[in-house]
Design a protein around this ligand. Structure first.
Ligand code: 5GP
Ligand code: MG
Ligand code: MG
Length: 179
């Protein structure tokens, strides 16, 4: 799992510093409130764990798992809930935590779905955002890094379920895809 397989795009330190900034911004914005932080499985596990530990706002955590149908690597915007929340959202301030936004279709579906459940507010925090995301009409309040249109792994993100445990975000060498 060295640099022969994976080129580092964002280091562990860079992720940590950026999450410090996001946590500070979130604490400022939600002062006097309580947040339901909603992690999207499985990719957001690392961001959730690190971001939540940097936050001081009182919070509860819940998790959802969704799968977006699509051809190949592109999502279609048709989303299926694999694991739903266990929390009633009525009157809650919901902060969705995501690993990466590519087309934005998954999140735009999810945000609408959550908004129909009567929350006080729904905002989005994502560690990474790809260029295509800016073409979809979805407001993302907290963005860690805008990255180029490359397939990345690590820090929660997988290729065929592997590499989620890398402490950094990297791009895979082409020979990995070739097997
Ligand atoms: P979209 O925003 O296109 O609806 O879908 C976002 C989802 O696609 C992410 O939650 C993630 O699971 C997957 N995804 C998009 N880009 C990448 C990438 O570069 N690497 C990995 N590992 N997953 C990605
Ligand atoms: Mg995700
Ligand atoms: Mg994946």
């Amino acid at each position: 799992m060295g640099e022969d397989l994976c080129k580092i795009l964002i280091t562990e330190d860079e992720i940590s510093s950026r999450l410090d900034e996001l946590a500070a911004a979130i604490d400022r914005d939600y002062e006097g409130k309580e947040i339901l932080v909603l992690g999207i499985l499985k990719g957001a596990v690392m961001v959730m764990a690190d971001l939540a530990r940097k936050m001081h706002t009182p919070l509860t955590m819940d998790w959802m798992a969704v799968s977006s149908y699509g051809s190949g690597t592109k999502s279609s915007g048709v989303v299926r809930i694999l694991k739903d929340l266990e929390t009633d959202l009525e009157g809650k301030h919901v902060l969705i935590v995501e690993d990466i936004i590519d087309s934005g279709l998954t999140l735009s579906w999810l945000k609408a779905n959550l908004e129909s459940r009567g929350p006080a507010s729904v905002e989005i925090a994502t560690l990474l955002r790809k260029p295509d995301a800016t073409t979809v009409d979805i407001h993302v309040e907290y963005v860690g890094f805008d990255i180029p249109n490359e397939f990345v792994v690590g820090y929660g993100l997988d290729y065929a379920e592997k590499y989620r445990n890398l402490p950094f975000v990297g791009t895979l060498a082409p020979h990995v895809y070739g097997g």
